[in-house]
Design a protein around this ligand. Structure first.
Ligand code: WT7
Length: 635
């Protein structure tokens, strides 16, 4: 029995037990049999959650692109590695073979080197979902540069914050992007951001929408001519197992975004292993994850995990609603997609349109359906199962985080019996724990608590870039000697996990992780605003939507409220991005606060959700009278 590929439930349990009894042996065998190493490790794992410090495969040397590309060339050179499906269904799809990918990554790597990028340098990538995005990610990894992809829906302020936080020398972008019927002027956003980023010396620009753009002399250059003249081979930089691979920013409940740092060997081993098992990928399958590479899902399960397995991975530029709500299914039929991985928010948006669009297409190629990003509600689960999967495709509800690098809890399709809304069982090597309010682990089944992990797994983030203390405080301080996820979960009678949602001030809107504090900061910068608080409330497509309570400086002022609402949302769009806009804004004279000055969000959440029959204990409030007022004026 190989550790690498789980084939039935009995084997899963055997491997799981082995992985807990002897994690080092378990991962060592997987690492040894399935990857190319330039030098073997001296030790499999060393760890100390109190520092915290975790090292996997220390002493080993490798390059991840050699594992994702070069080693496939002699057996799969002509196989499609990346299948690019453009925004416009009439534009031809592009099949990039492993051989083409090798050449394009090498050329790109040589361009980066030519511009002075060296091992350890940070390169920010602000590109839409076009092949250059995946290729540039791999080109950075090829030369040991650290990529930091910023989702190309973020605003110029958000982009500037990230560029400066990681001190990037170079930005890769495009003239613009297509998004359904719209085009977005990406280069203008970059130009705006760079006014605040003196460290950026070079901007390389891919051409996508052929728009007229400003090119800053001495800084900006078109990418294509550089690629055309670059040498088509570039030997990989051989790095240490714990050398940084990338930084990816994620929202925290407070303060600025956290640059999660992922390192090379453990990340590679874990994403490859989980890709193979969670999607049960077979050699001739076509796999499609609809995420954007700007999120961790795209890093791990569009680029690295699939390519490390020699898979064909679809990269989709468009949106589910363009030209109509049948687009996903048209693409599934066209490319005979076998594994399809998307987010609950997309499923809900599609379910709303009924089944007319589905019925037009042949979805019989589908074998496995995946979901990620937030808890999936029962209705959406059944719609996905009945209408997309025709009750024949297991649904893998995969729970994980930017910080975890890879999927931690998920069914193994065709092995683990699924249960709607349950992520079910931990992957081999993952040891979850549920904790009570007093910091004690809750044993047994049919219990709920805060979800922690008590043993390291290979792809966990190693630190927050530039702020190790914050890493420790955020993830390793709430519970002694455990990684705290920020989520609540319950364990049912057979040991299946169901994730119940965040227990901190992070709100997940359409699968996007948003911290309350940065949004409140953006609102408070409006000259008319004194203070604000935002909470989530249930929304039938987005999962959660944002509800803002705003105190104005001068309540007597006769300003047009609707205008103010527009301005506040514009402010949020400028500072963070359109995804963080508020669905409802209530102007209020005060916010419920405890004696220590903390806003009691629990009450605001209840009011926003129209669930005010029992507000719970309000005895610690400094200003209980304000609650009545807020309730009366609620939207
Ligand atoms: C948070 C992490 C992992 C890639 C996408 C999100 C929530 C994620 C599930 C799921 C319930 C889920 C959690 C988690 N989440 N997957 N299957 N069921 N909740 O990455 O932006 O870092 O967000 O997303 O609350 O903590 P992220």
């Amino acid at each position: 029995m190989s550790n690498y590929h789980i084939k039935n439930l009995q084997e899963y349990f055997q491997l799981y037990r082995k992985s807990v009894r002897n994690p080092e042996l378990f991962w060592e065998e997987i690492a040894e049999e399935n990857f190319v190493w330039r030098k073997r490790w001296d030790s499999v794992l060393s760890w100390d959650f109190t520092k915290p410090e975790v090292k996997w495969f220390e002493g080993a040397k490798l390059n991840i692109t050699e594992n994702c590309i070069d080693r496939h060339l002699h057996i799969r050179g002509d196989k499609t590695a990346i299948l690019f499906e453009p925004n416009d269904p009439d534009e031809e799809a592009e099949h990039i073979s492993y051989r083409d990918l090798h050449e394009r990554v090498c050329r790109f790597a040589n361009v980066l080197k030519g511009k002075g990028i060296q091992k350890g340098d940070r390169v920010v990538i602000y590109l839409p979902m076009i092949p250059e995005l995946a290729i540039s990610v791999l080109a950075c990894a090829r030369i040991g540069a650290i990529h930091s992809v910023v989702f190309a829906g973020f605003s110029s302020t958000a982009l500037a914050t990230r560029i400066n936080d990681c001190d990037a020398k170079m930005v890769l972008t495009s003239d613009g992007s297509y998004r359904g019927a719209k085009t977005i002027a990406l280069k203008e956003i970059v130009d705006d951001a760079l006014k605040e980023c003196p460290g950026v010396k070079t901007v390389l620009v891919a051409k996508r929408i052929n728009s007229d753009i400003h090119m800053e002399a001495g800084r900006d250059e078109w990418l294509q001519p550089l690629l055309d003249t670059a040498y088509a081979d570039c030997s990989p930089e051989i790095v240490d197992s714990e050398d940084p691979l990338f930084i990816l920013y994620t929202s925290g409940s407070t303060g600025k975004p956290k640059g999660m740092l992922h390192t090379t060997a453990g990340y590679m081993v874990y994403t490859a292993y989980t890709f193979k098992n969670v999607f049960q990928y077979r050699e001739d399958d076509v796999y499609w994850c609809t995420a954007d590479i700007g999120w961790i899902t795209g890093h791990s399960y569009i680029v690295y995990g699939p390519l490390a397995n020699g898979a064909t991975t679809v990269m989709f530029e468009g949106v589910p609603s363009y030209p109509d709500f049948g687009r996903f299914w048209q693409v599934v039929e066209k490319h005979k997609v076998n594994q399809f991985y998307t987010a609950p928010t997309a499923i809900r948006a599609l379910a709303k349109e009924g089944t007319v669009h589905l019925e037009k297409y042949d979805l019989s190629s589908l074998k496995v359906l995946g979901t990620v990003g937030e808890p999936i509600n029962e209705e959406a689960w059944h719609w996905y199962n009945d209408h997309v999967g025709d009750k024949k495709c297991p649904i893998v509800d995969t729970w994980w985080q930017t910080e975890t690098g890879g999927i931690l809890i998920s069914p193994i399709p065709f092995s683990t019996p699924t249960k709607p809304t349950y992520a079910t069982l931990p992957m081999p090597g993952v040891q979850p724990a549920l904790m009570d309010e007093n910091g004690k682990e809750i044993s047994g089944n049919q219990v709920d608590g805060r979800l922690c992990v008590k043993f390291p797994w290979p792809s966990m983030a190693r630190t927050i870039w530039g702020n190790h203390q914050r890493y420790k405080d955020t993830y390793f301080s709430a519970f002694e000697n455990k990684y705290f996820t920020g989520d609540g979960a319950l364990r049912d009678e057979v040991g299946y996990y169901r994730i119940t949602g965040r227990v901190d001030d992070v709100i997940i809107v359409s699968g996007h992780n948003l911290g309350t504090a940065p949004i409140e900061d953006a609102i408070n910068e409006h000259p008319a605003v004194a203070e604000s608080a935002i909470v989530g409330f249930p929304h039938d497509v987005k999962g959660n939507a944002l509800y803002g309570y705003v105190i104005l400086k001068d309540t007597g002022e006769s300003r047009d409220r609707d205008n103010l609402r527009k301005e506040i949302n514009q402010q949020i769009a400028d500072k963070i991005g359109p995804i963080a806009k508020l669905d409802k804004i209530q102007f209020t004279p005060g916010l419920p606060k405890t004696r220590s000055g903390k806003i009691m969000r629990r009450i605001l959440r209840k009011i926003a959700s129209k669930d005010t029959s029992n507000l719970g204990d309000t005895s610690t409030l400094l200003n209980p009278e304000v609650v009545q007022k807020i309730m009366e004026e609620a939207l």
